[in-house]
Ligand binder design. Sequence first.
Ligand code: FAD
Ligand code: PHB
Length: 388
Amino acid sequence: MRTQVVIIGAGPAGLLLGQLLCRHGIDNIILERHTGAYVLGRVRAGVIEQVTIGLLDEAGVGARMHEDGLVHDGVQICVDGVRHRISFKELTGKTVMVYGQTEITKDLMDGRAALGAPTVYAAQDVALHDIFADRPRVTYRAGGEAHEIVCDFIAGCDGFHGVSRTSVPPDTLTTHERVYPLGWLGILCDTPPVSEELIYVRHRLGFALCSMRSPRRSRYYLQCSLAEDIEAWPDERFWQELRPRLDEEARHRLVTGPSIEKSIAPLRSFVAEPMRFGRLFLAGDAAHIVPPTGAKGLNLAASDVRYLSRALIEHYAEKSDAGLAHYSERALARVWKAERFSWWMTTTLHRLSDNPFDQKLQLAELDYLFRSKAAATVFAENYVGLPY
Ligand code: FAD
Ligand code: PHB
C-alpha cells in the first residue's frame, strides 16, 4: 500500500490530524492497536481550551460540541473548606468548555467515517522502518495477514505507551521526567454536579476535584496512593472520603449515586525531545505527559496537531518545508509552558509531603493567588490556554 501520511494511534491526536489532512486532500491511513469500542470506552479529559474548540471546528466536527458543551467563565478553588472563584472571563476575556474526550473522539470517528478515510482498528505489531530515508514504511498485522505501507511521513500519535517514540535511535532522544508518588481515583456518576463550575479542592486530607460532563453527569476525583487497589474502593468509601474535603455548601449539594466508571490514573510529567526524527513526527502523549491537574493533556495534543497539520499542508501545497523544520521547536515551546503550569497546579493542590514547610508554602501560593490580580491573571491565562 502507498499513502502520504501514516498516522499511528486513533486517540484525539491521530484522529484530529487525520481529519485536518483529509480536508486538505492529503491521503492518510490511521493504524490503531485497539478496537473502536475500546478507544471510546476510555474516560479521560473533560476541559477544552478555545484554541482546541477552534481546531475541532476547522476539522468540521464541532457541531455537537457547540450544542452539548458547557461554557465555563471561571473556576473555583476550595482551600480547607473555603471556596474562592477565579473568573477567566474578567481576567482574560476567554472561557473554556467542558466537553468530554469520549465525545470528541466519537465526533472525530464519525467525521472520518463520513469522509470514507481508512482506519485499521486492532492493528497488531505496528513497526516503523527507514524513518530517516525518503520513503519510510510501516508494517503491521491485521486479520491474520501481514501488511506494509510506504509513505512520505509518519505521525506518531500513539500515546505514552506507543511504539513510535521507542522506535527512534536512543542516542537521538532526550527524556525529562518527574513521577509523583500519587494517582487520581476517578468516578463517573449520573447525578447532577455539586456546582456549575469545576471545584479544585486543596485539603489537608488530600486533593479532590469536582467536575462534570453534563448537567446530569458528574466526574469526581480523589488523590490516592499509587499502590491503591480499585477493588478496595466501593462507591460508599469514595463518597465518605470526598465529603469531608468539600466546603459546607458543596457537601450540602452533593448527590451521590452508583458509579458508572471508576479508574485510577498515575500522575506524571514527561517530555521527550526533539519531537521530530527524520520523517517521523511525534504528537500528543507520545511525546509528553502532564499530570491532569491543569487539564492540559488533550489540549496539548491538539496544539501539536495544529502545528503539524499546518506544516504538512504547507509541504504539499507550497512545497515548503519551513513548518516541518520548525515543528519540534514550536511545539516544545508550548509544551514546556503547559508542563510548568500542570506541575504548579499539582504541587500546589495535592498533599505531597507531611513537611509543614511544604504545606505553608502551598497556602502562601494560594493566598497570593486569591489576593493578587496579577497572580490570578497568570493562573487564568494558563488555564484558558496560552496563545500559539
Ligand atoms: P491517546 O489518547 O493515548 O491515544 C493514543 C492511541 O494510540 C490510543 O488509542 C492507543 O490505543 C493507540 N496506540 C498505542 N500504541 C499503539 C501501537 N503500538 N500501535 C497502534 N496504536 C497504538 N487529560 C486531561 O486533560 N484530563 C484528564 O482527566 C485526563 N485523564 C487521563 C486519564 C488517563 C488514564 C490517561 C492515560 C490520560 C488522561 N489525560 C487527561 C490525558 C489525555 O487523555 C491525553 O493527553 C490525551 O488522550 C492525549 O491524546 P493522544 O491522542 O496523544 O493519546
Ligand atoms: C475532568 O473533568 O475529567 C477533568 C477536569 C479538569 C481537570 C482534569 C480532569 O483538571
